[in-house]
Write a protein that binds this ligand. Structure first.
Ligand SMILES: Nc1ncnc2c1ncn2[C@@H]1O[C@H](COP(=O)(O)OP(=O)(O)OP(=O)(O)O)[C@@H](O)[C@H]1O
Ligand SMILES: [Mg+2]
Length: 332
C-alpha cells in the first residue's frame, strides 16, 4: 500500500486512477481519458457514503474499481487493511457486492429467480445445490419476495421485484459492503421509495455498509452519512451529510445543491445554472478543473490545481479555503 490504512476503515482507495484509451475516429489516433484521477477514500463500517456529480464525472468507473470489476491504472484498494489484489476476484466478491441501476439487463433472462440468487454460492463452491436453493429462498424472503417467485423468470417480474432479486443476489454471500450504482433510477417513482426503505432495513438488520451513487440529491440527503462530490474524475468535496447540505463549500457543490429545486427529479442532475456545459474529459481545463464554470474563480485558479485539503469541516479542493499563509501547491 502506498499510504497507511485509516483506523476502522473497511474499504479504502488510495490515489485511485483509471484512464481509457479512446479512439478519436478513423484518422485521428487515440487519446487518453482520465475517468478517475487520484481518488482517495476511506469507508468505515456502517457508513452510507454517497457519491454525486454530473454524468460522466467518473462515479461508475470508481464503483467498478471498488468492486474489483475494473483494474485501476494506478493506485490501490484495500479491504480491512489488506490489498485487494491479495484477496483475488472471488475473495473480493465475498466482501463487496454490487446492485446496479438496471435490473432488466443485470439478471440472466434464461435462469429462474432462485438460480440467479444462488449463483454466487455456486461460483464460490459453497454448499450442495439443495442447500444453495434453501439459502436463496431464505434471502428472497428477507428482501420481500415470497417463495412462489423462486421458479419464475425475470421477464415475469415487475421492475421493483427484479431489483429485489438483484439485492438478494448481492446479499447471499453475506458481504460487508454493497455498492449501489443508481439502484432506483430505472424504477417507477412509487417503487423507488420501497427499494430505498428495503436497503435501509437491510443495512440495519445485517450491519451493511453502502457506497451509494445517486443523481437524486433528496435521496442522498435522506440516506447518506457522508457525501463525496466528484468533478471530472476527482473528489472536490467530502464531508458529513448534514454539514454538506447545510453549508456546502465548493462552488460546484453549491451549484449542484441549487439544482435540487428544479422540477424534473428523474432527469438526472439538471443544468446547474453554471452556464458552460460539462467540459470535455479528453481536454480538461488546466488548474482547477472547475474554474471555467466557477462564479468565484480567482486568477491562479486557471493555473494551479487545488489539492483536496482536510480541515475542521471536511475535505475540500478549492483555493477559497486554503490557509492564508500556505503557498499554493502545484499538483501535476
Ligand atoms: N470503457 C470505457 N472506455 C472509454 N471511456 C470510458 C469507459 N468507461 C467510462 N468512460 C468514460 O469515463 C468517464 C466517466 O464515466 P462514468 O461512467 O464513470 O461516469 P458516471 O459518473 O458514472 O456517469 P453517469 O452519471 O452518466 O452514470 C466518461 O467520460 C466516460 O465516457
Ligand atoms: Mg454511472
Amino acid at each position: 500500500m502506498s499510504s497507511p490504512s485509516s483506523p476502522g476503515a473497511l474499504l479504502e482507495a488510495h490515489d485511485l486512477t483509471r484512464s481509457f484509451s479512446v479512439s478519436q475516429g478513423l484518422f485521428e489516433g487515440r487519446r487518453i481519458l482520465h475517468a478517475v484521477n487520484g481518488v482517495s477514500l476511506s469507508i468505515a463500517k456502517g457508513e452510507v457514503l454517497c457519491i454525486v456529480g454530473e454524468s460522466g464525472c467518473g462515479k461508475s468507473t470508481l464503483a467498478r474499481m471498488l468492486l474489483g470489476l475494473l483494474p485501476p491504472s494506478a493506485g490501490a484498494i484495500a479491504f480491512g487493511g489488506e490489498d485487494v489484489r491479495r484477496l483475488g476476484r472471488l475473495g473480493m466478491a465475498r466482501r463487496v457486492q454490487p446492485v446496479f441501476q438496471d435490473p432488466y439487463s443485470s439478471l440472466n433472462p434464461r435462469r429462474t429467480v432462485a438460480s440467479i440468487v444462488a449463483l454466487p454460492l455456486a461460483v464460490q463452491g459453497i454448499g450442495s445445490s439443495a442447500e444453495r436453493r434453501k439459502r436463496a429462498l431464505d434471502i428472497l424472503d428477507k428482501v420481500g419476495l415470497p417463495k412462489r417467485f423462486a421458479d419464475r423468470y425475470p421477464r415475469e417480474l415487475s421492475g421493483g421485484q427484479r431489483q429485489r432479486v438483484a439485492i438478494a443476489r448481492a446479499l447471499i454471500l453475506n458481504p460487508d459492503v454493497v455498492i449501489c450504482d443508481e439502484p432506483t433510477s430505472a424504477l417507477d417513482v412509487s417503487v423507488q421509495s420501497q427499494i430505498l426503505n428495503l436497503l435501509g432495513d437491510l443495512r440495519r438488520e445485517l450491519g451493511l455498509t453502502y457506497v451509494f451513487i445517486s443523481h437524486n440529491l433528496v435521496v442522498v440527503e435522506h440516506i447518506a452519512t457522508r457525501v463525496a462530490v466528484m468533478y471530472l474524475g476527482r473528489i472536490v468535496e467530502l464531508t458529513g451529510t448534514a454539514t454538506l447540505f447545510r453549508a456546502p463549500r465548493h462552488p460546484y457543490t453549491r451549484a449542484l445543491l441549487a439544482s435540487v429545486l428544479t422540477p424534473e427529479p428523474r432527469a438526472g442532475i439538471p443544468d446547474t445554472g453554471l452556464g458552460l456545459a460539462f467540459p470535455d474529459p479528453l481536454d480538461p481545463p488546466p488548474g482547477c478543473p472547475f474554474h471555467p464554470r466557477c462564479p468565484s474563480r480567482m486568477p491562479h485558479c486557471a493555473t494551479v490545481t487545488p489539492p483536496l485539503r482536510q480541515d475542521e469541516s471536511g475535505l475540500v479542493a478549492c483555493h477559497l479555503y486554503e490557509p492564508r499563509t500556505a503557498a499554493p501547491t502545484v499538483v501535476a
